[in-house]
Design a protein around this ligand. Sequence first.
Ligand SMILES: [Zn+2]
Length: 304
Amino acid sequence: MKPSILGHERILKLLPSLSSQSLLFTGPEGVGRRAVARWYAYGLNCAHGFPGCGQCPSCRLEEPTDYLEIAPEAETKTGRKARNLQIRLEQIAPREDGGENLLDWLSTYPRFRAKVAVIDGAHLLNEPAANALLKVLEEPPAYARLILVAPSREMVLPTLASRSLELAFGPLPEETLHGLTRDPEVLAYAEGSVGRVRWALDNPALFNQLAGRAQGVLQSLGKGPAQTLEALGPLLETEGGLSYLARKLGQSLPPEDPRRAEALLSLHQAQEALSAYVSEDLVLNWLGLRLWAAAQGRETLSGH
Ligand SMILES: [Zn+2]
């Protein structure tokens, strides 16, 4: 079955002609990097070449053949929770008590022509795993294609990035998403991510809840810091919740209003802190105060 791809025409045109065995797909979450990797895998193994015909034995498979996705895991073997998500050595190279891993998987021939391995979260490889992967990238089997997926090139170890050809995925333009929805709220939440549009359309109740909560934060700003804090909590727990709030906030105040810039800056800093694994409670408390103060046109003591 061929996955249908929205947008990214330039990349789809380019991919079939590339001979590089190691690619780096960069871009924001949900824009379709994994979908394109699967499309690529179908095309490589299609009896008739690109794009996958949908008819031959390989294309008829529900999942692309000889296709492996490796993603970061949070749990350690001992059951102790790892502090950060990581791709660990046993996912890349065989270990005594390990399970499926990239090296073993690559050591057998493909059923048709190619094997495609996706390292989803290449910026989250721990050091031993990155070193093991580097050896694969230096001398991959002729039938292998490796696709590293990461938010940006800068976040990937230079030794890995320098051996890979980068294809940058941008957010999808709104017109492209219009095929799925024209709901302005969903489009504001999506920010060019087809993954978010699909989530919102598949989970209308959850999405309405999210929209209601963002509205709740905006209303709380006129009340008090405790109300802001309370309204903010659930938004932090939803993927994309804070950037959706930023959009709503941006729309609710005129561009020249100094409170707007201050509030948007706070939201941006909170997102950065969360992606650096600063404790959610800490970020929540800080952001609640900052947002409320920004809305009053004041600066907090810790602000500058
Ligand atoms: Zn085919």
